[in-house]
Design a protein around this ligand. Structure first.
Ligand SMILES: NC(=O)C1=CN([C@@H]2O[C@H](COP(=O)(O)OP(=O)(O)OC[C@H]3O[C@@H](n4cnc5c(N)ncnc54)[C@H](OP(=O)(O)O)[C@@H]3O)[C@@H](O)[C@H]2O)C=CC1
Ligand SMILES: O=C(O)[C@@H]1CCC=N1
Length: 275
């Protein structure tokens, strides 16, 4: 496969589609004139001009005709009612709950990649696992890996089960840190802290202090080091564990994975014949 010279993003003005478009432009991965976006109105709201020169259309088939690589970034329910024939071209879908087989049948291509970024694509810090159908050639896979590295880290995975699990674990992006932040915030308010202090303390922990977790400090090593004081942190970590912290996380992931594998996308228009 020679590298696609044109990229089209269906749903390219949404949260993920637009963030991806901006990342591809910022990194020079694609030139504005080689990028085409679609949405239902065919209009582009771009007050800052960051998408200057990029094409916009309301006609998804026109986008397919003009793009060598088609990226699908609409909500699952919008895909269900969308007739789309990608004419055997390489299709990269970001749609949660749409399996490779569903996408092949619905969009008329055997060459399909399912990718699962998260909302941190917005700040070019997504973690994006992806799964390719057997018909995707090695150079196309290498190209897609580089494409997602424009906005964070990416890994190929090798089963729908792994991708569905990762939809629950990492596709949810900021959900779990935000849940922890809300629990800490509510606790602080319940104990009478002023709201501003509570909010800044929580952000200080969940957003700022958590940056210590990374290349230099693994999370296990950090927990160990803090626990070794046998003081306040150790008491909190152990009491939270005893109260069922990990069981609660496991239950949430179970439920999220059930939804991720439950065909959020159900075709209501006739499938195309895969090419
Ligand atoms: N947001 C997230 O955190 C994550 C989302 N995902 C998946 O990514 C996909 C996109 O999500 P997200 O960007 O958040 O959703 P948004 O609702 O922000 O964006 C959806 C886009 O699709 C457009 N659209 C809707 N219907 C059509 C249509 N018939 N033809 C062309 N464009 C259309 C919308 O534009 P308009 O309404 O103007 O037509 C909009 O630009 C979803 O499938 C989701 O499951 C995956 C991981 C994380
Ligand atoms: O919650 C959702 O369905 C989307 C897909 C994964 C993350 N956000």
């Amino acid at each position: 496969m020679s590298e696609p010279s044109t990229i089209g993003i269906i749903g390219g003005t949404g949260w993920l589609g637009r963030s991806l478009a901006l990342a591809l432009l910022e990194t020079g991965f694609v030139l504005p004139e080689a990028l085409l976006l679609s949405n239902r109105s065919g209009t582009l709201d771009d007050p800052q001009g960051s998408l200057a020169g990029v094409g916009i259309t309301a006609d998804n088939q026109e986008l397919v005709a003009r793009s060598e690589l088609v990226i699908l970034s609409v909500r699952p329910q919008d895909l269900s009612s969308m007739a789309l024939d990608v004419q055997g071209k390489l299709l990269v879908s970001l749609v949660a709950g749409a399996s490779l087989a569903d996408l092949q049948a619905h969009c008329a291509s055997q060459r399909v990649i399912r990718a699962m970024p998260n909302a941190a694509l917005d700040i070019r810090q997504s973690y994006t696992p992806w799964l390719a159908s057997a018909q995707v050639e090695a150079p196309a896979k290498a190209y897609v890996q580089r494409l997602f590295e424009t906005c964070g880290a990416a890994d190929e995975v090798f089963s729908e089960a792994q991708l569905n699990y990762l939809t629950a674990l990492s596709g949810t992006g900021p959900s779990y840190p935000a849940l922890l932040a809300r629990a800490l915030f509510r606790d602080a308010l319940a104990r009478g802290l002023p709201e501003g202090v509570a909010r800044r303390a929580v952000i200080g922990v969940v957003v700022q202090a958590s940056q210590l977790i990374g290349e230099r400090h693994g999370f296990e090593a950090l927990l160990q080091r803090l626990s070794e004081y046998r003081g306040v942190s150790a008491a909190a970590i152990e009491a939270m564990a005893e109260a069922g912290f990990e069981a609660s996380v496991g239950a949430g992931l179970d439920r999220a994975m059930e939804v991720a594998q439950s065909r959020l996308f159900e075709p209501v228009v006739a499938p195309q014949k895969p090419r």
